[in-house]
Design a binder for this molecule. Structure first.
Ligand code: SAM
Length: 211
């Protein structure tokens, strides 16, 4: 198997990361837990599910989750992990390069948690498609990094973190069809991969499809 990093190929890049991974997630990102915790479970879509912590948490809350990632290794591992944890009946995994294809279906919740990549990606178009895939009343939750943590890959102090309003503006949402419920940049304590701690900022956008 060739595991050479191919810097021009997003799928190979993310495959290399997930092939090196030995543990798979069960815990939700904090802003997903905060947002989805009070909701009645329905159909959810996890965009860029990665190691699957959000998917497993949602499934355990009773959601039927479609987990999508560009990495075949990630989606296969999330499916196997869901089986091992007894929630496979509520988890569907699909491999997509979301720059090219998007899962079918309608959702009560679409979550894009730290849906970042070092490659060019028409992210606003993906998020716009996600907003289109919401059922009336459904929520799109976008959580991005809004600061550089000591353990971040990118340590460029000149980095521009798009504001929630900039993200919403790029999606070009018709106010007759969607409304912005939340657009802010809260701080929280976080722990890095080596156990170090820091305060980090998240960029949070919650969009609701109007019934
Ligand atoms: C920074 S990670 C975040 C993973 C996870 N959501 C989390 O919170 O830990 C970004 C994820 O997006 C996925 N990804 C990157 N580009 C993608 C694309 N074009 N289509 C689908 N998934 C992609 C990566 O494989 C990775 O799992």
């Amino acid at each position: 198997m060739d595991t050479t990093r191919t810097e021009t190929d997003p799928a190979a890049f993310w495959e290399e990361i997930y092939r090196a991974r030995t543990t798979w997630g069960e815990r939700a990102n904090p802003l997903l837990a905060e947002t989805a915790g009070p909701l009645r479970p329905g159909a959810a879509l996890d965009l860029g599910c990665g190691s699957g912590g959000d998917t497993i948490w949602l499934a355990r809350q009773g959601w039927h989750v479609t987990a999508v990632d560009i990495s075949a290794t990630a989606v296969d591992a999330v499916r196997d992990h869901a089986t091992a944890l007894g929630v496979a009946d509520r988890v569907t995994t699909e491999r997509h390069d979301l720059a090219r294809t998007f899962p079918r279906g309608e959702f009560d919740l679409v979550s894009a948690q730290y849906f970042h990549t070092p490659f060019a990606m028409p992210r606003h178009r993906v998020l716009r498609t996600a907003a289109e895939a919401l059922r009336p009343g459904g929520l799109l939750l976008v959580v991005d990094h809004g600061s550089i943590a000591p353990w971040s890959w990118n340590q460029d102090p000149e980095t521009h973190f798009p504001t929630p309003t900039e993200i919403a503006d790029e999606m070009d949402l018709d106010p007759a069809r969607w409304t912005v419920l939340r657009a802010d940049t809260p701080s929280r304590p976080a722990t890095g991969p080596g156990g170090e701690t820091a305060t980090v900022v998240d960029t949070v956008l919650v969009v609701q499809r109007i019934a």
